[in-house]
Design a protein around this ligand. Structure first.
Ligand SMILES: Nc1nc2c(c(=O)[nH]1)N[C@H]1C(S)=C(S)[C@@H](COP(=O)(O)O)O[C@H]1N2
Ligand SMILES: [Mo]
Length: 547
């Protein structure tokens, strides 16, 4: 902006330019928010925590999400629910920042107060997280400080009359009063210093991106990928028997018998995958035990390890849903470890804690009843992927994940169900949750076209971990139940594939239904039930079109 333009008296403030000033204020607010987040990210990396504001606010939000919203999010967004939440928080932040900036053009104090309030929200969210440390408040506070400074500089630069001394060099940032005077003056003139706004905007963008980028790089340095790459899994003392021929029924479209790690479903509350290095890992076993145990990763690997095929299932899986998968796990038997610690009589609940504060309560009776409850370190021949709990997680056949499968495990406490409610139980879900006998049609897909007069394989999977699947039946349009052919069994703890050749008759739409029976003779429940509070029930059905 040239000096003579400054000297030229502006015309009466037209409404349009007042709007322009407000818009510029909004832009300044958004840029200041970007600086806030960038600096907070850097601060989080410097204090060695993943407690950047968006993540902690998201985490605090997840912990307080009402059930209907959580269920809606899982149904609507599936495994993208985390990205949707983070995106939502960013959108809200941008809107709030823009509003604050637009107000701050006139009332700078409101701007500062808003930034301080946002910083306080971030800090409070950080401190409210399980396993929080006082340092976790720092990223939000440092970010807010930087954001307030950025807002100040941006607004000063954006309004006309910005101090330019005779040599043309910018003067030091003026005090709040001067800013207010200048803002007021700018307001009267109704104009904007576009060049000043552009320069300050560019600078704040550079600061935001540089700080945020550096923070990211530093955070990545502390991730556990290198540790995972260095892990050599020992051979199991008790290998899994080879999969029998015919576990797969050879129908296109059926979920593979072994779910590859990269497509294994993921369900957890962690917005950022916890990073635990094997070298730093240790497990404490305490509570109602004769002697407390502590064990590190090398000691865990030195124990006799079992390798077992076990199908995992999430309680939130809807009828026909995707939250089920099967893997070959390698791990130390949990019962032996608890026996060494000496479980005191009266201990009914084993509470597993993860590094990010998740708590998962499992019946002691289930762990000790002879099933292959594992402290797992391997999944399909690899160390656990970070998303699936590296370096150590629990796997207990027959129980939904939220009562058995704690990932990033660091602590085991023996207690009673009366004394303690684990995370999801505290939110109303069932204390004990054995997996219900279930089946799913994988092929044909809904609304597929089937040709009358041809034979179409109807196929899928069925599971009733610890009991095993005895029978799967299919029916068409409510007709008689037809017995499907089962794939070979790899044990009672895994799902089974099934197939039934359907001789398609007649055009129009047809409804296929499936139901399974477990080896105890329990038939899959027909009545539809929601996943809450102890797992869905109902027969999966698929409608296809003939002709
Ligand atoms: N630390 C931690 N462990 C957890 C959870 C979690 O949110 N945090 N979710 C549980 C739930 S609900 C399920 S179904 C399984 C899913 O395991 P996966 O993501 O490896 O499939 O992990 C369980 N373990
Ligand atoms: Mo789950």
């Amino acid at each position: 902006m040239s000096t003579d333009q400054q000297a030229r008296p502006a015309p009466q403030q037209p409404a349009s330019s007042a709007r322009g000033v407000r818009a510029a204020g909004a832009l300044c607010g958004v840029l200041a928010a970007a600086v806030t987040l960038g600096v907070a990210e850097l601060a989080a990396a410097l204090v060695g925590r993943t407690a950047s504001p968006v993540v902690v606010v998201g985490g605090a939000f997840v912990d307080r999400t009402p059930r209907w919203l959580k269920e809606y999010a899982i149904r609507r967004f599936g495994e993208d629910d985390k990205a949707v939440l983070v995106g939502g928080i960013l959108v809200v932040l941008v809107l709030v920042a823009a509003a604050l900036g637009a107000v701050a053009v006139r009332r700078l104090r409101v701007g500062y107060a808003g930034v301080a309030l946002l910083g306080a929200v971030g800090a409070a969210a950080a401190l409210s997280r399980p396993q929080a440390q006082p340092l976790d408040a720092l990223p939000s506070l440092a970010g807010a400080l930087a954001g307030a400074a950025a807002l100040h500089v941006l607004l000063v630069s954006a309004v006309p009359g910005r101090p330019v001394d005779r040599s043309g060099a910018r003067r030091a940032v003026p005090g709040a009063r001067r800013v207010r005077e200048r803002l007021a003056a700018g307001d009267r003139r109704g104009g904007l210093d576009r060049r000043g706004l552009l320069l300050a905007g560019l600078w704040s963008g550079v600061v935001a991106v540089a700080a945020g980028g550096l923070g990211r790089v530093l955070l990545r340095r502390s991730d556990a990928a290198a540790s995972r790459a260095a892990v050599r899994l020992p051979r199991p003392a008790s290998p899994a028997p080879p999969l029998p021929a015919g576990v797969e029924v050879a129908a296109d479209g059926v979920a593979p018998f072994v779910t590859p790690n990269r497509s294994f479903y993921r369900v957890d509350t962690a917005l950022v995958v916890p990073q635990v290095r094997a070298e730093d890992w240790s497990l404490r076993v305490h509570g109602m035990v004769e002697r407390e145990l502590r064990l590190d990763f090398a000691e865990l690997l030195a124990r006799p390890l079992l390798e077992r095929d076990i199908t995992l299932t999430c309680v939130s899986n809807e009828v026909g849903g995707p939250l089920v998968g099967s893997a070959r796990w390698l791990g130390a038997p949990l019962a032996d470890l608890l026996a060494e610690a000496g479980v005191r009589s009266g201990a009914t609940q084993l509470v597993a804690r993860s590094v990010d504060g998740m708590t998962i309560g499992t019946p002691v009776s289930a762990v000790m009843d002879g099933r292959d409850a594992l402290l797992a370190v391997g999944m399909n021949g690899e160390p656990l992927p970070a998303q699936h709990g590296f370096p150590v997680r629990m796997v207990v056949p027959g129980l939904y994940g939220y009562v058995s499968a704690c990932k990033w495990l660091v602590d085991l406490e023996l207690t009673t169900f009366d004394a303690y409610d684990a995370y999801w139980v505290d939110r109303g879900w069932a204390e004990e949750a054995p997996i219900k006998v279930s089946s799913r049609i994988d092929t044909p897909k809904a609304f597929a076209r089937v040709e009358p007069g041809t034979t179409v394989p109807v196929a899928g999977v069925a599971w009733a971990q610890t009991r095993g699947i005895a029978r799967v039946e299919v029916r068409v349009d409510g007709g008689p139940w037809q017995e499907a052919r089962l794939g070979a069994s790899a044990g009672d703890d895994t799902w089974r594939q099934w197939v039934w050749p359907w001789a398609v008759e007649g055009g129009g739409s047809h409804t296929l239904q499936v139901r399974a029976t477990d080896a105890d003779g329990v038939v899959q429940v027909e009545e539809r039930a929601t996943p809450f509070p102890s797992g869905s029930t109902g027969w999966h059905s698929v409608v296809v079109t003939g002709g």
